[in-house]
Design a protein around this ligand. Sequence first.
Ligand code: GLU
Length: 529
Amino acid sequence: MSTRVRFAPSPTGPLHMGGVRTALFNYLFAKKHGGTMILRIEDTDQNRYVAGAEEYIMESLAWSGIKIDEGVKEGGEYGPYRQSERKEIYKEYADRLIENGWAYYAFDTAEELNAWREKDLRPKTEDQNLTEDERLKTWKFSYDTGTRKYLKNSLSMPAKEVEQLMDEGVPYVVRFMFPLDEEIVMQDLIRGEVRVNTAALDDKVLFKSDGMPTYHLANVVDDHLMKISHVIRGEEWLPSMPLHVMLYKAFGWTDTQPEFAHLPLIMKPVGKGKLSKRDGDKLGFPVFPINWKNQETGDEASGYREAGYLPEAFVNMLALLGWNPGTEQEIFSMKQLIKAFSLERVGKSGSRFDPEKSKSLNHAYIQKLGDAVLGWLLVSQGFGDSRIQGFGDSGLESQSKMKQVVGLVKERMNFLTDFWDQSYFFFEAPTVYDAKMVKKAWKEATGERMGKIIEIIREVEGSGLKAQDYEDGIKAWITEEDIGMGLVMNPLRLSLVGAPKGPGVFDIMEVLGKEEVINRIQKAITILG
Ligand code: GLU
């Protein structure tokens, strides 16, 4: 059997980074085994449909470098890949379960079920010692092997009555019928053997009165029809596994049932609990791959892409959440991940998200990029500021300037968004001067000295005016005058940058060019005296 896996998100909002991790592990597993990666959109719950979410999912996966072999956009032999377009298929399977006695019709209205949830209508046979209050507090209604006989369904009602209700067009749902008191024994590739008794499970709705299947039916039917070999998904779906395994049995598909692997939760950086969508920007880092904006409500959330992460770093960071290579290696390209990945090395327990580690990974990935490539990335993706736009494409001169600037500030960048703050002075002359620095660096004699520096710079000639040429000229004069370096270098930096920051002064001079350097010093003399 060939390896076929699927990522099956519901388009109910932006994809959480945990969702991208699920997609990634599916992708790594598929590629490792020469298999197929499928994207199936599970949009049968029309009440939870959110416009734009499906496009968001696809864009997020594309940005992350997770390539889909079969899917809504890609097509494929087993399509359509959007469940809302497969509507007709599911009814037939629900009917089949009714016919062979694995499901039943239920007519209970929402109000009736609510009444059950609020008040135990079950005859009080069990614990006679409980007070009414205690009984209500501990009571948790479930439509199950114990309660179904008291409810309005085709098991509890005479066949004639059922027929009549159906003829009258009274809305009904189809529920799965768990056998009484049966131990379900399951295998999970990460958790090992999992057992549960059917008495602890509720008769889930499989098919709704609106003619749509629920997640459970559609998911299992599609996994079967799409010949899925492995279901790799988040731990939150573990409680659904018994129902899914029983559905395979009920349909007679046990032989080709996929193997299951439930991935551990991603936990908050500190404290208890899983990293949830709501943590969003509250904790100081994004929980979504790319920026999200709800087209109807206007709700927004930030993403890793716009926060200045490289997709390679994002993916590397996600891979290490739950999976470990068993070695000290931390930096993995997608290719290396595919080679190294295995479900055996995915842990059972929750994996704590470490924002500091993500940052240092991103830093490392930025350093790995060539200066020209990084420069092009920054310009083409609009990082930094609109004022750097055009530096990549308006001719060779600005391209090489961009490359030079990148080379000088790259080391100080953790995120692509850091670029502008580290480099703005290369693109525009200072208009204000840091007051503290002025006080410290600009003395009585400074104006005159800077005038002299201008003269020296005018005379500097060399191999295309490299940093070294400026350095040689200026340092020779400093030695001749026998004054401290700081008396010249600090006001020089102030004139060129306007603040006590930036790379080496001579490097800055090289990039700015002779004319611009002279103009900036002149301006500082005029303004600061
Ligand atoms: N539609 C489910 C989700 O939103 C899919 C769960 C599964 O992979 O079975 O995650």
